[in-house]
Design a protein around this ligand. Structure first.
Ligand SMILES: [Zn+2]
Ligand SMILES: [Zn+2]
Ligand SMILES: [Zn+2]
Length: 251
């Protein structure tokens, strides 16, 4: 099964406008180091995870239809591109009820309602749902937002885990670790060099999470321009993959 990482960066992207750090300078010179805001796509079920503010660029380059939309949380870098989905008359959106409130507002304000048949499916945390594929939404610590979560999406016998933005507290969350273990693919955030409690994972803790989950394949995403360079991250996380925009994965 193919998975496509559409965007591998944080809210500011890389390069961040006006920033002269090593990663931003390199990305201005060499486009392969650019990171658009995090998003991914599962062709098998036409599912988009997190409509980022770069969604128009992602969809234009992807050129594939979207039927299902999963939203990890309502930070703008994960939901801000939602109005771009107006090219699809019928989609199904899955997230926590609080996150869906923001999605519905964006639809009402920027898309309209009468000609769009968008269906909203609020998901409670720590419960399996069956929509033809199976979905489990788990809560993560990600201040200052009140509600943020990750997803397990099970398609046939393939189990895909997406952490979304999460603090290192996920390493102590026994119930979630049990559910997400032994996935076929772990898509984990690795925002900074060092973890920020209740906010984001650093390099060391992201690797610790991968070691605990023991997925067949692990890819690190949501990488800040302030993190190490792509090559340094590859060196530090040798057994795992460091995402680039439009990276194609086979699971
Ligand atoms: Zn984010
Ligand atoms: Zn920078
Ligand atoms: Zn966030």
């Amino acid at each position: 099964m193919k998975i496509i990482i559409l965007g591998s960066g944080i809210y500011s992207g890389t390069p961040k406008p006006l920033c002269d750090c090593e990663n931003c300078s390199r990305a201005r010179k060499y486009p392969q180091y650019k990171r658009t805001r995090f998003s991914m796509y599962i062709p098998k079920i036409k599912a988009l995870i997190d409509p980022s503010p770069d969604l128009h660029y992602h969809l234009e380059r992807l050129n594939m239809p979207v039927k299902h939309v999963f939203i990890t949380h309502a930070h703008f870098d994960h939901i801000g591109g939602l109005p771009e989905l107006q090219i699809f008359k019928h989609i199904k959106l899955y997230a926590h009820a609080k996150t869906l409130e923001v999605a519905e507002y964006l639809q009402k304000r920027f898309v309209g309602e009468s000609r769009w048949n968008w269906e909203y499916f609020p998901l409670e945390f720590n419960r399996w749902y069956d929509f033809g594929f199976k979905v489990y939404h788990f809560k993560v610590a990600h201040q200052p937002i009140e509600v943020a979560g990750g997803f397990i999406i099970q398609i046939g016998n393939k189990k895909i885990v997406i952490t979304g933005d999460t603090g290192p507290e996920i390493l102590e969350d026994k119930k979630t670790l049990e559910e997400i273990s032994n996935a076929d693919l772990l898509v984990a955030e690795m925002t900074h060099k060092h973890s920020i409690p209740k906010t984001h994972l650093g390099v060391e803790d992201a690797i610790k999470l991968a070691q605990k989950v023991r997925a067949k394949k692990t890819v690190f995403v949501h990488i800040s321009h302030t993190n190490y360079t792509h090559e340094e991250l590859e060196e530090k996380a040798k057994e795992y993959l460091i995402a680039r925009d439009f990276m194609h994965l086979e699971i």
